[in-house]
Design a protein around this ligand. Sequence first.
Ligand SMILES: [Zn+2]
Length: 231
Amino acid sequence: MSVMDKIILANRRLGFTGLSMRDGDIASSNPRSALICQENSCLWPKSVDGFVYVPYIISPFYDDMDRITIETGMLDILSQTCIKFVPRTHEANFLNIQPKRGCWSFLGMTGGSQTLSLQTPACMWSGVASHELMHALSFVHEHSRSDRDTYVTILWDNIMRGQTHNFQKHKTYINTAYDYNSVMHYGRYAFSQDGEPTIIPKLDPNIPIGQRDGPSTSDIHKINVLYDCGG
Ligand SMILES: [Zn+2]
């Protein structure tokens, strides 16, 4: 079982009230509304110095290894983009990173304190931290792209009952090649009902999907485009 599949299994047990999960791990505070932020909206503001500061606080319940894992997930993004994750001092809008149940995030900047959950030890991979941080930066899953049917086959019959909404498509605005290697792509057994695959790459069924080592070259490129890091 891959890291991704373990995490999806952990997230399936999410049973807290007040929040609902869309697309597996994207939180919504109002279960009846659609996502307030669509992809690529609700961006974190750009500072006059050209950087995009994303303040965070991190729960004291993490141990040193957990903190290093989470900070490595941040470093893999900030070392290659104009995003700067910075410890919060006084900022009104910030990420509140906590070991709640499961690995999940809100989409984009919601305003105020926004929880980003990285359960320990279930979510303690730097690539999982990068994945949730990319949701907080406003990115949806790679296999949710509106053009995904050209690149992957969704095996609807293999998806567990009540979970097909996790495979809906979203309008995407950044014109990049489909990226099987994206840290935002689900693995092939995501939400499988019976251990059979739910996502199969079309061009070559053996292409690996669902890696959680860290952001791909294309993931980094998309962050740089969305936040206009070159300009
Ligand atoms: Zn996700």
